[in-house]
Design a protein around this ligand. Structure first.
Ligand SMILES: [Zn+2]
Length: 203
């Protein structure tokens, strides 16, 4: 089965472009990805197709997909969501780093996506509106603060805990629609990227 796999840094890092070039050259050198960037990917620069040795990193039969390098501030779930035609994904949780309350507890996803019409907690809705607007501001390098309605403390948007249902980073590698990757390859790549790297499997 083909799925997309995303390797991402858990925090924003210095010099994401340097790291990107390093990993890109490492993959090109082994001919896991082609040395030619796909010029037609206007929405997604730094996108490559598999190279002749792409089979070295996959665990099951299948063809390669695209590999996209992200080296600027991006909320990755939102980026992945483009592929699903959704511009803002409802996070699973929004936990305040101070009081640990889930600020969107009880928000009904069906109502959120307009398929249901239940009364919603206005505080939770306000947090979601701030998040939605905050993502694009954050991506254009603005500092975005959101105030917790429970404890009143203001925190940076990236300091809330979304349990990886929103991911604020400035470095990610997305294997779009690849077959299952070999565990050895995933481990090597995570080691190369550093301990603050997580692999997120998008089903
Ligand atoms: Zn709080």
């Amino acid at each position: 089965m083909e799925t997309s796999k995303t390797f991402f840094k858990n925090t924003t890092i210095d010099n994401p472009k340097v790291l990107m070039e390093d990993i890109k050259q490492w993959l090109i050198h082994q001919e896991i990805i082609s040395s030619k960037e796909q010029p037609l990917e206007l929405e997604a620069p730094n996108t490559y197709y598999g190279g002749i040795n792409y089979k070295n990193i996959i665990e099951e039969e299948g063809f390669y997909g695209k590999v996209e390098f992200v080296a600027k501030r991006t909320e990755i779930m939102h980026r992945v969501g483009w592929d699903w035609g959704v511009d803002f994904l409802l996070p699973d949780v929004v936990l305040c780093p101070q009081c640990k309350k889930d600020l969107i507890k009880g928000i009904d996803p069906a109502t959120f996506y307009g398929e249901n019409n239940l009364e919603q907690d206005p505080n939770g809705i306000r947090i979601l509106q701030e998040l939605r607007a905050g993502i694009s501001l954050w991506e254009s390098n603005e500092e975005v603060n959101i105030t917790c309605y429970n404890c009143g403390v203001q925190n940076l948007i990236e300091e809330y805990d979304y349990n990886n249902s929103l991911i604020f980073t400035n470095f990610a590698i997305i294997f779009w629609n690849w077959p299952k990757l070999k565990p050895e390859f995933k481990n090597t790549l995570i080691n190369k990227l550093g301990v603050d790297t997580t692999l997120f499997i998008d089903m």
